[in-house]
Structures are given as C-alpha cells and as structure tokens.
Design a protein around this ligand. Structure first.
Ligand code: GLP
Length: 233
C-alpha cells in the first residue's frame, strides 16, 4: 500500500487527478472505475480541464461507476448518473454507451469482466469504513448486488438532498470482490471527519466489520490523503 500525504485538500485532489491524467495518457483505452460523493468532485474538474487542454481524451474510455441509488429515476438530480453527467460526462468526449452503472437488469460483474476488467479504480471512504455502498458486515466475497444503506451513511449523505425530499435507503453497489479485482486502486481521503476511518483502514485488522480494511490486501493501491485525514496516523 502506498500512502501519499498532501499538505491540504486541494493538493490531495490535484495529486489524485494527476495520477488519473497520467494513466489516461498512457492508456487511452482504459476502463475506469468511478466514485461519487463529495470527495472526487474536484478531481473530475481537473479531468475536464485536462480534456479542454487536449491533454487527455475519453473517446475510447469506458467507465464503470461503483454504485447507484434505487428508488429514484436515473434522471433525478441526485442519481449518481446525474452526478457523473454534471461533473464529468457532459464536459468531455466520452460516448454515453461507454458509461456503465450498476442496475438490477444487468450482470454488472460479468459486463466488467467481458470488457477486460477495471484498469484503475477511484475510491472514496465512508466514515463507517464503507467502500462503494458495501456497508459494515458486507462479505469480502460479495458481488454487485442490492444493498440497504446504514443509518450512518443515510446521515452522511443527507446533505445532498433537500429538506423533506425523498432519500433512498437502498442502492445497487459493486461488490467488494469486484472492487478488489481492479488492477490498480486510487483512494482519495480528505478532511478531519475521515481521520478515524483512515486510521482504522491502515492500522486496524482486516475485518468485514470494516469493509475498507480489505484494501490492505490489494497489491497495487495508493491512498492519497490530506493532513487532516491523516492526522491520527
Ligand atoms: C458515498 C458513496 C461512496 C463514497 C463515500 C464517501 O455514499 N457511495 O462511493 O466514496 O460514500 O462519500 P464522500 O466523498 O461524500 O465523503
């Protein structure tokens, strides 16, 4: 496991984006695993800028998102498809057909495999140790499936919804096995509120009670963190 600690949030986001930009330059046909949430937004801004400066192209890129809510329409403002369109897809030359999201109608893991697997996976970290929507207690052997969101995750993500707006409590999430199959993983962790979780990820036991701990066993993972998130290490 490589740990890259940056002085602040902006430099961590930039460092993370640079890894992806280099990867896209050396492998213009890469399959990217993508994350949503607050953490990667600026990373996507950097990718859009790099596209506008002709440093990278998404023409031959395929993307596989980690998760998607159930119970809201794909076009709903809070769907993860809308998130990706808003922050990345609508601003680059990616083909809509090449943007994959987990859903109940397709065997997502098979689709990923048939496309050659994920070359580089961007990950965020839940405050309770979830990766994608694999909540504490998820099997390390899990495939993409329907999941129930924990109370902690519902609280953490409430900020994205308007007061009184319906907030889904189920989702389809890439499984832990599917995530671990990625050839390379880059995790971005920023903010003091993630410090405890990052400490447990790096220093704790590998246990299904804390799903992200399995990342200790991945042979090609880089964690990019800011000083706040790394404050307990
Ligand atoms: C969300 C997503 C995860 C994300 C994590 C952290 O609910 N399902 O993929 O990495 O929780 O989110 P944030 O970056 O907003 O802290």
């Amino acid at each position: 496991m490589k740990l890259h600690i940056c002085d602040n949030k902006s430099s961590a986001e930039k460092a993370c984006a640079e890894i992806f930009i280099k990867h896209l330059q050396s492998n213009p046909k890469a399959n990217l695993g993508l994350a949503t949430g607050g953490t990667p937004v600026i990373v996507y801004n950097f990718l859009v800028k790099a596209f506008h400066f002709s440093q990278i192209s998404f023409r031959h890129i395929k993307t596989f998102n980690l998760d998607e809510y159930l119970g809201i329409h794909a076009l709903h403002a809070q769907s993860y498809r809308s998130f990706m369109k808003k922050h990345l897809f609508d601003h680059v030359d990616i083909l809509p057909l090449n943007c994959f999201f987990p859903c109940e109608e397709i065997n997502y893991d098979e689709a990923i495999k048939l496309n050659g697997g994920i070359d580089i996976q961007l990950l965020g970290l839940g405050t309770n140790g979830h990766i994608a929507f694999n909540e504490p207690g998820s099997s390390f052997d899990s495939s993409t499936r329907k999941v129930k969101l924990s109370d902690q995750t519902l609280r953490d993500n409430k900020r994205f919804f308007q007061a009184g707006e319906f907030q889904p409590d189920t989702a389809i999430s890439m499984g832990i096995k599917s995530i671990i199959n990625a050839k390379e993983i880059i995790m971005l962790v920023t903010g003091e509120h993630k410090a405890k979780a990052l400490q447990q990820l790096i220093e704790g036991n590998i246990t299904e009670k804390f799903p992200a701990s399995i990342l200790q066993a991945h042979s090609n993972i880089t964690i990019v963190a800011d000083l706040n998130a790394a404050s307990l290490l």
